[in-house]
Ligand binder design. Structure first.
Ligand code: GDP
Ligand code: GDP
Length: 438
């Protein structure tokens, strides 16, 4: 199913770009060249709540002396509207209702597309109400918004989303891609055999991957898992490698293809530099992760504190285990191997989780009210206007601030900690972008 399209319509300078930049996941637009069209329409992927969509910016709609659109631009707008399931009509609340807005509005009323009116540049709410009321006569669902500060956009978008077609529920039924990663001899093949057991079925290579990147499908409790590049795990058995070789590129590729990475570590040897290197890559790629401390059976003389002590070492050597679960297994005896699955599914769920903008902003408000951003040299105070999740896998949150360099590392870590404390995201890394005003 193609993604729903939302068209942004309005005169020049009302703040369309400011609004588009807030909603879009990326700053670069996708330009589709279409023969016969002089001005290209630009599309930007965006999402709100649980819906992905495309924003098409029509450029500023202008009028010639006969208060008629320039034909080409009108054609552009018509084409954008014809594929849109809703339009956001942007007007300038500070300038007030203009004749040009009225003409544009009349034209939109003839287009059979649901329209949400965004009265932009309403930064102050009290001011906002009077700014907005004069636009009611246009006859649209009307919202006071600020493209620059972000307020009001949540409500406007909820309105826009109500016009979307029902979502295709089937896409939800997805398999979880799992990579088993680790240095040689930590027990990856043994673990794979313990997991896949007898009932493994080989799936054909996915297009775009090499023939020997064989994936295995396994199912547990009705959830489908795809173990990626299992051939890479087994194959090395038949090849002689020098002690330095550890197939790191292959490991990196498998990480790249996975949602969740099982980082297997030899519990007897503890966390080595190479394990740290793999962990670093998992973090960089933004994959969910479970740390599997294998060969637990080979640790002699365990008492009640042994696991805690090992856990301490793991936490000290792999800082990302603030969020990653750690499990102590034995691939040979099968001890706790099934428990890994109890951890994969929730980690994958957190990895693809989406949090609503209103929840994020409640957390931010709370965090800021406990600790206001410190004042930097020169008396400049950092201000957080608004936050929104811009993508998932891993969850990525953009914070719109007056100026990112007014936020030091300590404060940034504080905000990240607050977000984690409130939202959990157990099992997955998260990303936070600090974006300034353009
Ligand atoms: P476009 O031509 O409709 O795409 O408008 P732009 O997004 O380029 O904005 C035009 C001008 O309005 C710029 O100077 C923006 O800084 C300003 N502007 C945009 N949004 C807001 C807003 O929410 N509040 C205020 N005060 N100014 C805004
Ligand atoms: P890989 O190179 O990471 O795939 O590791 P293998 O699965 O080939 O295991 C390397 C060696 O460690 C083999 O001799 C295994 O029998 C042994 N091994 C693997 N898992 C365990 C475990 O949980 N406990 C013990 N004691 N030995 C293990």
């Amino acid at each position: 199913m193609p993604l729903p399209v939302v068209a942004i319509i309005g005169r020049p300078n009302v703040g369309k770009s400011a609004i588009v930049n807030r909603l879009a996941k990326v700053q670069e637009a996708i330009v589709y060249d279409q023969p016969g069209v002089t001005r290209d329409r630009t599309y930007k992927p965006a999402f709100w709540s649980d819906r992905d969509f495309m924003i098409v910016d029509t450029g500023g709609l202008v009028f010639d002396d006969e208060t008629e659109f320039l034909p080409l631009i009108r054609e552009q707008a018509m084409m954008a509207l014809s594929e849109a399931c809703a339009a956001i009509f942007v007007v300038d609340g500070q300038e007030g209702l203009t004749e040009a807005d009225r003409v544009l509005s009349d034209w939109l009323h003839r287009q059979h597309v649901p329209v949400v009116l965004a009265v932009n540049k309403c930064e102050s709410l009290t001011q906002g109400y009077s700014q907005v009321s004069e636009f009611y006569e246009l006859g649209w669902d009307t919202h006071a918004v600020s493209g620059i500060h972000g307020n009001g956009l949540a409500e406007a978008l909820d309105d826009v989303l109500s016009h979307f077609p029902e979502k295709d529920e089937e896409v939800e039924e997805e398999e979880i891609r799992v990579a088993i990663i680790g240095r040689p001899n930590v027990g990856k093949s043994s673990l794979l055999n313990a997991i896949a057991g007898e009932n493994r079925s080989i799936v054909s290579p996915i297009s775009g991957t090499t023939r020997d990147a064989i994936d295995l499908k396994v199912e547990r409790n009705g959830i489908k898992y795809r173990l990626v590049d299992t051939a890479g795990i087994r194959k090395k058995k038949y090849v002689q490698y020098g002690p330095e070789f550890f197939g790191i590129n292959r490991a990196f590729k498998a990480i790249d293809r996975a949602d969740v990475v099982l980082l297997v570590i030899d519990a007897v040897e503890g966390v080595t530099d190479q394990d740290q290197k793999l962990a670093g890559r998992i973090l960089e790629e933004g994959r969910a992760c479970i740390v599997v401390m294998n060969k637990w059976d080979a640790i002699e003389e365990k008492d009640t504190y042994t696991m805690l002590e090992h856990m301490k070492q793991v936490k000290a050597r792999l800082h990302f285990t603030e969020w990653a679960d750690v499990v102590f297994t034995s691939a040979v005896s099968g001890q706790r191997v099934e428990k890994i699955f109890d951890m994969i599914a929730p980690a994958a769920e957190q990895h693809r989780r989406r949090v609503s903008t209103s929840v994020i902003n409640e957390i931010l408000e709370d965090a800021v009210s406990w600790h206001t951003p410190p004042t930097m040299k020169g008396g400049k105070q950092g201000r957080i206007y608004y936050g929104t999740q811009v993508s998932s896998r891993p969850p990525s949150i953009a914070l719109f601030v007056n100026s990112p360099d007014r936020f030091g590392d300590t404060y940034r870590r504080y905000i990240e900690r607050k977000i984690r404390e409130s939202l959990g995201f157990q099992g997955t890394p998260i990303r936070i972008f600090w974006r300034g005003k353009k």
